[in-house]
Ligand binder design. Sequence first.
Ligand code: RIB
Ligand code: CA
Length: 393
Amino acid sequence: MMDSGKGRVTRREFVKGTAAMMAASGGGAALFASPGWAGSATAGQEQARRVIIDTDPGVDDALALLLAMRSPELKIEGITPVAGNVPLELTLPNALRLVEIAGRSDIPVAAGARGPLVRRLVTATYAHGENGLGGAVFPDPTTKPIDEPAAEFIRRIVRKYPGEVSLITLGPLTNIATALNLDPELAGMIRGLTMMGGSLSGGNITPAAEFNIYVDPEAARIVFQSGIPLTMVGLDVTRKTSLTDEHVRVLQAAQNPVSQAAAKIGRNAIDHTRERGYLVGPNMHDSLAVAGFLDLSLLKLEPFYVDVETNGELTAGATLGYSPVAGDLRRKPGMEKNAAALNMPIRGAAPTLASRKTSPVLRETWTPNVQVAVDVDARRFFDLLIGRLAGKT
Ligand code: RIB
Ligand code: CA
């Protein structure tokens, strides 16, 4: 993927790069494949898949990390905490605590960004408690992080295993964007990126934006325009993953350190959510991203061109999904295979009178850059999540 030399991929370079990548890999056909329930990524999967998990633990991050560390399908090359739900001073030790609880101190933990690329850090302590784990208290970790910063670590591991490493991101995308800016060739070596982030159906921290994208919209735009094969697990599906008292009861009944920790965090989180007046929740946003990576058949995916609002005074962090076939005005079946019929311009805001621009068109043709999860089999998701955390599957 060429770039403008400043380590950032301009929109024009992105379009050229993506089209070339899709043509080379036949990805265009795959992306234009009729939308629907994806085949399981694990079917016939022999060896463990190399992943780096970027995270801001975080109540739901915690259960997601425990799920990942209990999943033999994953070779977790490292965990890279980032500031988000709570400051890095808490997300880092929380990640180390979880590695120790899971008995996985073999996994390197590399500290990441203390804040977004160009904005002040906005946290979510209102949802995750002052300690980031919903108030659940665990002993201070004795495991230390590695000396290498997260972005350098990501770059080194991806270059060590070009084409093999997938990224699973559970927080703001600051570390990923920093790594891409550090090494413009990196995007072409990353196997794929599954994010918990974004929404095509309204936000959770503002009416427009989902929290992970809201915290660092500039980083998110770099990732969405990078050309990395992306899977977006957004609020559209994670809103259907509310943890219940019954789930916590099953975890409490299982006698192992992971299930006990998950039960403790879950119990505290449900109580905290009810105290704030919510009838359902907390949602297992991040666990669904990990579960979707483990078994893609849990998700129904549709190709979209997604871009990120970075200028809006009210809407910064909004993820706009453009598709000629998805959404309410669906075309008749089969049209998704007719690339010529799909082309629609990508329009942005109407140009102001002060602007020299005369057209709202940002891109002449629709080129998908992400597979968006538009539905989820929530029952099977919780069977996997609770079963794994309880040590039953
Ligand atoms: O919007 C939900 C996301 O924001 C989750 O990743 C949660 O942990 C918070 O980071
Ligand atoms: Ca998170």
